[in-house]
Design a protein around this ligand. Structure first.
Ligand code: SF4
Length: 682
């Protein structure tokens, strides 16, 4: 065996790394991480031979009784059981009673194959994925305004050249530490950074300005910034006239966002709002970057829109080292939302209700367009719909990561049949009828699309353990048993994906495995093999009908759940540096758990004093939906009216509010009302 150049299995930075035959990971000089890796990446090889690894299919000893223990089963027996249950449910309740839930960690090939499997082999509309809980608000705002959703419409290296960067609800210092080299380089060169976050995160601590709004008030803050920009004459009138529509309505909507009013709504002092606008508008190239802190709200789409409006009014979008971007979180959070595992979408970021899109994809799939189901329900709505009877889950641990997780667990238990594919027995797999042991990152080929829209190759460095199959092999076998032949070979699936995406928004037609290899990744859109790819978007026009960005007036709405006497504080959730997503992988990595063994609730000392809580105490957090017990970490870096809980362990999402954004169907992860009491002295 030789060393294999590949990419980290975790976040959307997709750092380049080399896996040696001794299973050691070394950082690689890839254009994004330039030799950097965080602790998660450095320790990812611990997953490969982990003693918890699932190595054989599991079924219940008493079929239908999910309280009975698992027993090992053959693949043949397992596939028979799954197909029998799918057919039974669809015969009894209709096609849409069987469906799938995917993940933003799936390779492009697997995301594509899963969407096709549900729509063609199951003939069902029931599919969505965990990206609905992640990127959907920013994606919706970008699509409707810019005509395209590519998280960063420029390479990450451009960030180092911006003179001002506003980061709203983003904490790259903890979430993707190697990306900080670009912010650090800019700062060393005199750039100013502004961080909007209710917590003084590691990113905020290094910024020139830290704005600490009440969670859920980002839209008011963004409209307030635009109000100041308009009043103080910073709007780029030529840009607005030539490259946008809708500004008059936006200007009117921002009229009432006087700085003193915005200060009362958000808690951010007026002078800081003015200083922020001055820095963005007067220092040269400027960027506005949002992430989940601003987006995961019941008004998340409009909040992302408000920041987009600000960037457009200042003439930033499409200019060198300037613009608006959203920082994708999951490993394939970008590619995972382009190839058809979303409820309303076909490959190439095509719309499922667009007749031309249906006709194109149906011709690639060799089916009648009229046979393709229409759009399905969004993630939370699908998971909680009694009409769903059989569910196949890939690359998701929804029992921990979905909002109002106690309700989600109840719904999963109420299904007629639950199938989970995973590398470990996750909290979701523990609830399943059948668990399928799947291959992991270094054991299979595939492509990923990173946060910049750069399509890269994750290479197979070693074979999966005996008894383990890839998700593509599982889907192909299930399809075969349901009457349709599909390939399980990643390269063959990618070739089909290229054809299916051709002419779409996310056009991969010109991207080949060989080009990715040779060019260290290729940026989509890339319509032909002689096209260079598109690292930077919007330089001359926007891919909208009239070539202009469609600004849209938005107004603040309070979070769906506001603090009251019974639940007087705001809970916000987020990440720790040592953990990734639901923690199903990283909670098993010794080096990472040694550094941070358990969830810590961040509480301001004033709030703690009021409730007799000392640092290190166990505290009970209660919302209208559930309870979580966490260890307290006192810090004056958080607002005194806000509590922070990381979502990497079961607990935080027992509290969160599933109120959905009306446009993106994103739940309100980042703001709900909670009460707090000291649980017992730890
Ligand atoms: Fe992996 Fe993300 Fe860490 Fe890079 S920043 S090593 S991609 S987890």
């Amino acid at each position: 065996m030789t060393a294999t150049d590949t990419h980290c299995p975790y976040c959307a930075l997709q750092c380049g790394m080399t896996l040696t035959p001794e299973r050691k990971l070394e950082p690689r000089d890839f254009p994004v991480n330039k030799g950097g890796l965080c602790a998660k990446g450095f320790t990812a090889a611990e997953l490969l031979d982990h003693p918890d690894r699932l190595l054989t299919p599991l079924v219940r000893t008493e079929p239908g009784d999910r309280t009975s223990p698992f027993r090992e089963a053959t693949w043949d027996e397992t596939f028979d059981l799954i197909v029998e249950q799918i057919e039974k449910a669809q015969r009894t309740y209709g096609r849409d009673s069987a469906g799938a839930f995917g993940g933003g960690g799936l390779t492009n090939e697997k995301a594509y194959a899963l969407g096709k499997f549900v729509r063609v082999s199951l003939k069902s509309a029931s599919i969505d994925y965990n990206g609905r809980f992640c990127m959907s608000s920013a994606a919706t705002a970008a699509n409707r305004t810019l005509g395209i959703d590519r998280g960063l419409p420029f390479p990450l290296e451009d960030v180092a050249r911006a003179r001002t960067v506003l980061l709203a609800g983003a904490n790259p210092a903890d979430a993707m530490p190697p990306s900080m080299q670009y912010l650090d380089a800019g700062r060393e060169d005199g750039a100013r950074h502004i961080v909007v976050d209710p917590r003084r995160t590691a990113t905020a601590a290094g910024a020139h300005l830290h704005l600490q709004p009440l969670p859920g008030t980002d839209l008011a803050l963004a409209n307030g910034l635009l109000h100041i920009a308009i009043r103080e004459g910073y709007v780029d009138e030529d840009y607005v006239r030539d490259r946008t529509t809708g500004f008059d309505a936006v200007r009117s909507a921002c009229n009432s966002y006087w700085p003193d009013r915005v200060e009362r709504m958000t808690g951010v002092p007026e002078n800081r709002l003015r200083e922020t606008v001055r820095l963005i508008a007067t220092q040269g190239p400027a960027m506005i970057l949002t992430a989940r802190g601003a987006e995961q709200h019941s008004n998340g789409t409009d909040t992302a829109q408000a920041y987009l409006n600000l960037a457009l009014a200042l003439g930033l979008v499409g200019r060198p080292f300037s613009g608006y971007g959203t920082i994708t979180g999951q490993g394939n959070g970008q590619g995972g939302r382009e190839h058809g595992q979303k409820a309303d979408q076909l490959p190439g970021y095509r719309k499922l209700d667009d007749p031309a899109a249906r006709a194109h994809v149906a011709s690639v799939w060799g089916v009648d367009p009229d046979e393709l189901p229409g759009p399905g329900k969004s993630a939370y709505e699908m998971l909680t719909d009694d009409a769903l009877r059989v569910l196949i889950v890939l690359a998701s641990n929804i029992a921990v990561s979905a909002p109002h997780s106690n309700h989600i667990r109840r719904k999963l238990r109420a299904l007629d049949f639950l199938v989970v594919s995973d590398i470990f027995l996750s909290e979701t797999a523990e609830l399943a009828d059948v668990v399928l042991p799947t291959a992991q990152w270094a054991e299979e080929e595939g492509t990923m699309t990173n946060l910049e829209g750069r399509v890269i190759r994750r290479r197979r460095a070693l074979p999966p353990p005996p008894g383990v199959r890839t998700d593509l092999e599982m889907l192909a076998e299930l399809s075969r048993r349901l009457g349709r032949e599909e390939s399980s070979d990643p390269r063959t699936v990618f070739e089909e994906l290229r054809r299916a995406s051709a002419g779409g928004i996310a056009d991969y037609a010109g991207i080949t495995y060989e080009r990715i290899e040779k060019e260290d990744g290729v940026f989509w859109p890339c319509p032909t093999e002689d096209h260079p790819g598109t690292p930077r978007l919007f330089e001359h026009s926007f891919p909208t009908k009239d070539g202009r960005a469609a600004m849209r007036a938005v107004v603040h709405r309070d979070p769906a759940e506001m603090p009251d006497q019974a639940f007087p504080y705001v809970l916000t959730t987020g990440r720790n540096m040592q953990q990734y997503q639901s923690g199903n992988q990283t909670r098993r990595v010794r080096t990472l758990t040694a550094a941070l063994p358990e969830a810590r609730a961040e509480i301001h000392p004033d709030l703690a004093r009021r409730h007799g809580i000392a640092d290190g105490d166990l505290v009970e957090l209660r919302s209208r939906r559930g309870t979580a017990v966490l260890r307290a970490r006192l810090t004056d870096g958080i607002r005194p009216d806000t509590v922070f809980a990381p979502f990497h362990w079961p607990g935080a999402n027992a509290l969160t509010d599933p109120a959905l954004d009306p446009h993106s169907r994103m739940p309100a992860f980042k703001a709900c009302a909670v009460a707090i009491t000291r649980h017992e002295r730890g």
